[in-house]
Ligand binder design. Structure first.
Ligand code: AMP
Ligand code: MN
Ligand code: MN
Ligand code: MN
Length: 277
């Protein structure tokens, strides 16, 4: 029997809506056999997720999704199989958190200037005192009646050119790959079809990433169409990258993305888990 993998998902430790334990229960109920937790820029949920996954008899992969600024854009790099106590990755996380905190306050100031006061405090309440991200602002802006959906908030407030947009100043690609490798993990380019990049630009990113020690490419993602999977599979073959599969699940309120329901890894690719068992 082939195993069901889901190697990209979020909990309340970042911008998901299920606690780490609830996320693992949800994955188990969905039939997942090998489940990763990959919160944005934090390992805070790993211990709880590992405990629950172990109790349920599910294999757990400790992970993270790190924010990177490359060529003036934000790119996400997933690390899988990391030792969360590794010192370099924790030092990196600390710096990312400092930027996140400053950015959140700055988003609040910019929204206030645009006529939407108190949004930093409201977003902070949604983050439960943990990592604060744009999704928390989005939930707060919806609750305050400034837009109907989280997606609409992003379009109206939180992307380039909109009043609450603050450019990313995240980590360097080379540093992030290094932290993941030093923590014993494998670095993977997350949801590669979601970047607003030309084919040439994406291949530049892949070439840089490979040269810096990156190994994997998220060919199968909850946010990839069938065509995306095929196109991304070709890039993975061309650059001899390991193929990964992850839903990027953030919670059950997004019914179009479910845990463990990913397209199979296309022919001619080596899965990132080829040497795990
Ligand atoms: P941050 O790292 O705080 O800048 O937030 C990035 C996160 O925002 C992503 O991981 C998604 O969860 C969410 N996100 C980004 N763009 C959108 C969008 N257009 N609609 C809904 N959620 C989005
Ligand atoms: Mn997210
Ligand atoms: Mn991402
Ligand atoms: Mn993600």
């Amino acid at each position: 029997m082939s195993l069901i993998y889901d190697l990209h998902a979020h909990s309340t430790a970042s911008d998901g809506t299920l606690s780490p334990a609830e996320l693992m229960q949800h994955a188990h109920a969905a039939g997942v056999n090998v489940m990763a937790l990959t919160d944005h820029d934090t390992t805070a949920g790993i211990a709880e997720a590992r405990d629950t996954a172990t109790q349920l008899g599910m294999e757990f992969i400790p992970g993270i999704e790190l924010s990177v600024t490359w060529d003036n854009r934000t790119v996400h790099i997933v690390g899988l199989g990391i030792d969360e106590n590794s010192e370099p990755i924790q030092a990196g996380i600390k710096k990312l958190m400092e930027f996140r905190q400053w950015r959140a306050e700055e988003i609040g100031r910019r929204l206030e200037k645009a006529g939407y006061p108190d949004m930093y405090e409201k977003a902070k309440a949604y983050s439960n005192g943990r990592l604060i991200g744009r999704v928390h602002f989005a939930r707060a802006l919806v609750a305050a009646g400034h837009a109907d959906t989280v997606g609409a908030v992003f379009k109206k407030f939180l992307v380039g050119g909109k009043p609450g947009f603050v450019p990313g100043a995240w980590a360097e690609l080379g540093d992030v790959v290094k932290w993941i490798r030093e923590a014993g993990g494998r670095a993977i380019i997350a949801h590669p079809a979601r970047y607003d990049m030309t084919r040439t630009k994406l291949r530049q990113l892949i070439a840089d990433f490979k040269e810096l020690g990156g190994e994997g490419f998220e060919v199968c993602s909850g946010s990839h169409s069938k065509d995306d999977v095929n196109t991304m599979a070709q890039h993975a073959r061309d650059f001899d990258l390991l193929a990964s599969a992850g839903s990027d699940f953030h919670g059950p309120e997004n019914p179009w993305v479910n845990l463990g329901q990913l397209a199979p890894i296309p022919q001619g690719l080596k899965p990132v888990w080829h040497d795990w068992h």
